[in-house]
Each structure stands twice: as structure tokens, then as C-alpha cells.
Write a protein that binds this ligand. Structure first.
Ligand SMILES: [Zn+2]
Ligand SMILES: [Zn+2]
Length: 186
């Protein structure tokens, strides 16, 4: 495996170094990991490595196209080695889990804009939001059930759907704030 990573580095005209191989391996083994998880995995591999060294390697690998950086709203940056296929992501609103979703149709950019305004489009970045199976199961198992169902149960106006979608929008914003507080604590 190390030789595969070394070959990837050479193929991108990057010098093969221990930290670069360790970061590539960490991103390969932990798809969509954030920087802290990658630092943890690299340290298990190499022992002492500074945050800055890992940041620098991640930037070099991203610039060279060996690693793709994604950052869903409200999330810290995540990294993956699945590059070049323009796949999309589905993100859990509750726990932040991320899964890959293949292109909607065919190759990059895989989505045709209704009106391209004259731009030459080369990428479509799509994020599907929802609840992962674990969070959905936990919500329906919890006493009182899932809050959005409880809200619907009040059955007041004929617009519960509109109110509900606004509520989801707000909960997404709250999640985003919570995440940035966590960032600051780190
Ligand atoms: Zn979840
Ligand atoms: Zn992915």
C-alpha cells in the first residue's frame, strides 16, 4: 500500500516523504475525515507530527489533485482520496455523517443548468441533506418520537409543511453555529 501512495505522489510530481505518505494513507482509510482525525491517524502512524505539518501536506495534496477537500455548510473541512469523478455527498443534519453519492447522470458536471448565463460550467457541487439511518432510527425510537412529527401533530393551520421546512432551515443554522463553537474550542 505504501508503494501505491508513493506512486501517487510521484505521479503528481511530489517528492515522496513520510508525512505525505502517512497523510495519504489516513485520508484513504478514513474517507471524509476532518483535519483533527487525520492528524490523529498520522500520529498513530508516525509518532510526533505537528498540526502545521499535516495542514501543509493536506494543502499540497489538495493542490496536486490527489486529495479532494469538501466543506458542507456548518462543517469543518473534510478530505477524501476519491477525486476526479465529481461525485456528490449526502450529509446527516443530526450527526454530520457524510456518504458519497454518485453523479446524478454521467460525467462531470453531470447536471445541466437550466440557464448557464454564458458560463462554461465544469463542475456541479451538490449536497443532499437529511438524516442518516442511525439518527432516523434513534429519532423514531426516542420517547415522544421525532419533533417534526410532534409539530405536525398540533395540526393548526393548513400550512404545517411551510412551517416545518422553515424549522428545518433554522435547525441547520443552529447546527452550523454549534460547529463553529466547537471549532473555536479546539
Ligand atoms: Zn446521523
Ligand atoms: Zn466523497
Amino acid at each position: 500500500m505504501t508503494s501505491d501512495f508513493a506512486r501517487m505522489l510521484r505521479g503528481a510530481s511530489l517528492r515522496v516523504t513520510g508525512p505525505r505518505v502517512a497523510v495519504l494513507r489516513a485520508v484513504h482509510d478514513h474517507p471524509h475525515a476532518d483535519t483533527d482525525s487525520i492528524i490523529g491517524a498520522v500520529r498513530e502512524d508516525l509518532g510526533v507530527v505537528s498540526h502545521q505539518a499535516v495542514y501543509d501536506v493536506l494543502r499540497a495534496l489538495t493542490d496536486a489533485g490527489l486529495v479532494r477537500r469538501i466543506q458542507p455548510a456548518g462543517s469543518v473541512a473534510r478530505y477524501e482520496v476519491r477525486v476526479g469523478d465529481n461525485h456528490h455527498h449526502i450529509v446527516c443534519r443530526s450527526c454530520g455523517a457524510i456518504s458519497d453519492v454518485d453523479c446524478a447522470v454521467g460525467h462531470t458536471p453531470c447536471l445541466t443548468a437550466a440557464d448557464d448565463s454564458g458560463y462554461e460550467i465544469d463542475e456541479a457541487e451538490v449536497i443532499y441533506w437529511g438524516q442518516c439511518p442511525q439518527c432516523a432510527a434513534a429519532a423514531s425510537a426516542a420517547p415522544g418520537g421525532d419533533r417534526s412529527h410532534a409539530a405536525l401533530g398540533t395540526g393548526r393551520a393548513a400550512q404545517p409543511w411551510i412551517q416545518r421546512s422553515q424549522g428545518q432551515e433554522q435547525s441547520a443554522i443552529r447546527t452550523r453555529q454549534r460547529d463553529s463553537e466547537e471549532d473555536r474550542r479546539v
